[in-house]
Design a protein around this ligand. Structure first.
Ligand SMILES: NC(=O)c1ccc[n+]([C@@H]2O[C@H](COP(=O)([O-])OP(=O)(O)OC[C@H]3O[C@@H](n4cnc5c(N)ncnc54)[C@H](O)[C@@H]3O)[C@@H](O)[C@H]2O)c1
Length: 320
């Protein structure tokens, strides 16, 4: 039986991962930890306050619940990391090293650490970027994600700890508002459109970035986690993405559902981050090694996001 610890469990990815694990791993113990946890306990999981920088608390949590697998999601995302690179270094690099060390010493079987398209930097060909393209990021977030990948490979080779990871593109979801990533504009645009408000986008209208809907991201994490180890030619850096689009294309697609929606464009410092990232990704290794292929097309994602956000809005209105 699996006893699964999630760090950073109440962020954008963790919120959906809790739901995906409850559905796909019935019987598993799910320990959802974060630096802050919701006041109202969520059913079917254990909720634990845990700062991933506190190795002794981490060790105690692993031991208390006899943890066999960790999804390490605690992280400072791209825009926040540029505002406070020292904090980002501490949480994304120092704490990730500490977590791997503690997981190895406590005999945890496997650790999954999502990486990001932020590992790439300026100066590469930006279309259909594969995992073999050099990773020379110039942001602290990108540097921390490359370091996480290298540490994962090292602990796998040196200590036999089974560490795996995907490079996520921008993720689109409705359960949780994203914190401070460069691709958050997409979710923000949906939310404003459903609220009937205009949206001011912080990226230029023609900025193409690879993206994926959260249900496909969850499928990729669960498939990679369950994949036969012998088939993994590449442990830490499987690119996964579904499609690429620009803010103006997303705005046009939303307007087909909500015709009065208005978007203006005022690029800020996040444009510089986006300009260093791939426009599209080659995800063929994930398909080859563990059969991943996203289910949601761009149009299907847009329809599903709008109907789910409208349902959430309806529930909120009924509650008042
Ligand atoms: N969301 C995306 O679009 C995206 C894209 C690429 C990669 N990723 C990766 O996926 C992982 C999860 O990202 P996310 O979008 O859920 O981020 P998020 O910011 O929504 O959530 C991160 C969580 O970590 C928690 N946290 C921060 N500092 C902590 C600490 N010291 N100890 C414990 N918890 C702490 C936060 O409270 C938050 O709940 C990260 O590794 C991120 O790099 C996300």
């Amino acid at each position: 039986m699996e006893n699964i610890l999630i760090t950073g469990a109440f962020g954008q990815v963790g919120t959906d991962l809790i739901l995906a694990l409850k559905e796909n791993k019935p019987g598993a113990t799910i320990v959802a930890s974060d630096i802050r946890i919701p006041e109202k306990p969520k059913p079917g999981i254990q909720q634990v306050v845990l700062d991933v920088r506190d190795q002794e608390e981490l060790r105690k949590t692993i031991s208390r619940y006899n943890i066999t697998k960790i999804y390490h999601l605690a992280s400072i995302l791209s825009a926040s990391a540029e505002k406070d690179p020292f904090l980002a270094y501490d949480i994304n690099i120092n704490a990730t090293f500490g977590l791997l060390k503690t997981a190895y010493k406590e005999h945890v079987r496997s650790v999954i650490i999502p990486s990001s398209i932020a590992v790439y930097g300026p100066g590469i060909s930006r279309d259909m970027v594969g995992s073999g393209v050099p990773t020379v990021p110039q942001t602290m977030y990108g540097i921390s994600k490359v370091t996480g990948e290298l540490l994962g490979n090292y602990f796998s080779m040196k200590f036999g700890l089974d560490v795996r990871g995907v490079r996520f593109p921008g993720l689109i979801s409705y359960e949780t508002v994203p914190t401070a990533g460069t691709t958050d504009y997409a979710v923000e645009m949906f939310i404003k459109a459903v609220e009937g408000k205009p949206y001011s986008c912080y990226l230029r209208p023609d900025t193409f970035l690879p993206m994926m809907y959260m249900p496909d991201a969850m499928t990729s994490l669960l498939m990679l986690s369950d994949a036969d180890s012998g088939r993994l030619k590449n442990r830490m850096s499987y690119n996964v993405a579904a499609y690429s689009f620009s803010p103006e294309q997303l705005a046009a697609a939303i307007k087909r559902h909500i015709p009065g929606f208005e978007v203006s464009y005022n690029a800020d410092e996040r444009q510089n981050i986006a300009d260093g990232w791939p426009r599209s990704l080659d995800s063929s290794e994930a398909m080859r090694d563990w059969g991943f292929s996203p289910q949601y097309t761009f149009d299907a994602m847009v329809s599903d996001m709008i109907s789910n956000l409208q349902a959430i809005k309806g529930r909120r209105q009924n509650a008042v």
